[in-house]
Design a protein around this ligand. Sequence first.
Ligand code: BTN
Length: 225
Amino acid sequence: MTLGRPRLHVRETASTNDRARELAAAGAPHGTLVTAAAQSAGRGRQGRTWSAPAGHALLMSLVLRDAHSLLPLTAAVAVAEAVGDDARIKWPNDVLVGGRKVAGILAEGRPQEGWAVLGIGVNVAVRVEDLPPELHASAGTLGRDPSEVEPFLTSLLGALERALSLPADQLLDAWRSRDALLGHPVSWTAGRGTTAGIDGEGRLVVELPDGGRTTLDAGEVHLEC
Ligand code: BTN
């Protein structure tokens, strides 16, 4: 396995993504892993924060040197596989169980410098009531024991190795087989419609009320659903 070595584990850091970005910029090799028991300023997508009680979640960031544009979806496929058969993916890469978000993924890259950082947070043993109140309605947990965080990491690294080696068409099919939004109504700042899966670039396809279709790019759109 090439992912997970070398590994830096810290009791607490601001954000494992920030630590991994520093290491990547300093030349850390492909597969370098940063994990933390706690983050004081965990970051989510689109400027949001990421909260997790110390020692109850997997908080990890990987340095990757051969990432491609489907990395966020690839990571979601791997996390879903590690979570189990009941895991679904809400476009682009939230992993849900029973409609509740159990994992989030933040992929950040500097393609011109030849690196990407893949940050993943998984609520392995989080109690939802220990999260900030605004998350109580939407957050989920795998409901495992805190001692399961490390074994979950091992499973996830294996799943990531497999997902990263899949050809794009197989990766997209694996993503589609777990699509949580297919046929669901969605809205975003500029419109609303019904989801119709993802295209070959991983964009969300939406059927519009007027009968037309549009595609949404994960970097630009925040779904309100
Ligand atoms: C999201 O769903 O908004 C993405 C959440 C990503 C959270 C993880 S936790 C480990 C890594 N470090 C961070 O600061 N963020 C990611």
